[in-house]
Design a protein around this ligand. Structure first.
Ligand code: PLP
Length: 355
């Protein structure tokens, strides 16, 4: 509390991102970054931009990037919104579609920023508990007819990694045609099927994706939304009332080149899926329970060893993973899928400890 503060500051619950420690040779498996880094084509495109003219403002429409995305997903330019990381796209979306009287719905265990933005914008919300197997029960989202202001969930969900089928998503959509439904597809490229194809039929569906995970550009901060032109128009109005130039020239160049380099994207994406399945097999041998993940991370627990104890064991060995001190999931650990070396080293350390 401070006399200079706006009252809303007191109610905020700021999001706590995973640590970015300044420790040398740390194996960082705590924030779902991609171990492979962007392709050489992406680096070169950014270097060319640096050598070009940074004295000018970037294109406020990020047109080259929108064009590349529109070609990839076979959608219109007017159906794409670009933001400074999907976190910013989410923030604008909460303001554009959820700031109404009625509460929005999201799972009790999901990406923490949904709660953070609800507080920031004073949006009412109802937390819908995940089932005991940590998946979404779609029936929970069908019974609120005209009593809610929106729905948001991540697919695959975070930090569980569990995927909801397009069939179930359609059922949620068909039962909630008068509110905006946002699906956060930050991890969709690791084995799930995107709901982008549904935007033609559902004008209330907004899909949000990011370059931070599957495209290994977390440091660049680019995310985007795809939906009916009317939804995109609302986001553009918010963005242009806030910051007309949220994406740097370097960001536009790098992200555009990344979309065009499909070969590298698929190669690295498939490598992570391969490493995930291999790591799962090894962990099962050590008696871990693993939730079915379609993301670049796994959510695991051990029936005998305390998760915080394992977290500290790994930390001592310079492997950083994520533990959430939160009701229902405090005996789980979230491990980002790294390269083969990190996966092998992780198993090596755990094997020595778990008998
Ligand atoms: C990582 C993540 C984001 C944020 O991505 P940025 O584009 O880096 O801001 C959004 N949603 C979920 C579920 C995430 O895990």
């Amino acid at each position: 509390m401070n006399k200079f503060w706006s009252p809303i500051i007191n109610n905020l619950i700021p999001y706590k991102p995973g640590e970015q420690p300044r420790i040398k040779n740390l194996i960082k498996l705590n924030t779902n970054e991609n171990p492979f880094g962007p392709s050489i084509k992406v680096i070169n495109a950014m270097l060319r931009t640096i050598n070009n003219n940074l004295k000018l403002y970037p294109d406020p429409e990020s047109f080259s990037l929108k064009k590349a995305i529109s070609k990839m997903y076979k959608i219109k330019i007017s159906e794409i919104f670009i933001g400074n990381g999907s976190d910013e796209v989410l923030a604008h979306s909460f303001k554009a579609f959820f700031k109404k009287k009625l509460p929005i719905l999201f799972p009790d265990i999901t990406y923490e920023f949904y709660l953070t933005y609800s507080k920031l914008y004073n949006i009412n919300y109802i937390l819908i508990p995940l089932q005991t197997n940590f998946t979404i029960n779609i029936n929970d989202y069908l019974k609120y007819k005209n009593k809610i202001g929106g729905i948001i969930f991540a697919n695959p969900n975070a930090p569980t990694g569990c995927l909801l089928s397009l069939k179930k998503i359609k059922t949620i959509l068909n039962n909630n045609l008068n509110i905006v439904i946002i699906i956060d597809e930050a991890y969709i490229d690791f084995g799930g099927k995107s709901a982008i194809s549904l935007i033609k039929k559902y004008d209330n569906l907004l899909i949000i994706q990011t370059f931070s995970k599957s495209r290994s550009l977390a440091g660049l901060r680019i995310g985007f939304a795809i939906g009916n032109s009317n939804l995109i128009l609302a986001l553009e109005k918010i963005k242009n009332s806030f910051n007309s130039y949220p994406i740097s020239k370097i960001g536009i160049a790098g992200a555009t080149a990344s979309i065009k380099d499909e070969k590298y994207f698929n190669k690295t994406r498939l490598k992570i899926i391969f490493n995930r399945e291999k790591l799962k097999k090894e962990l099962i041998k050590l008696n871990f329970e693993i939730l079915p993940s379609m993301a670049n991370f796994i959510f695991i627990r051990h029936f005998k060893y305390n998760s915080y104890e394992l977290f500290n064991l790994l930390k001592k060995n310079k492997i950083l993973i994520r533990h959430f001190p939160k009701n229902r999931i405090n005996n789980f650990l979230r491990i980002t899928i790294g390269n083969s070396f990190s996966c092998n080293f992780l198993i090596f350390i755990l094997k020595k400890y778990i008998k």
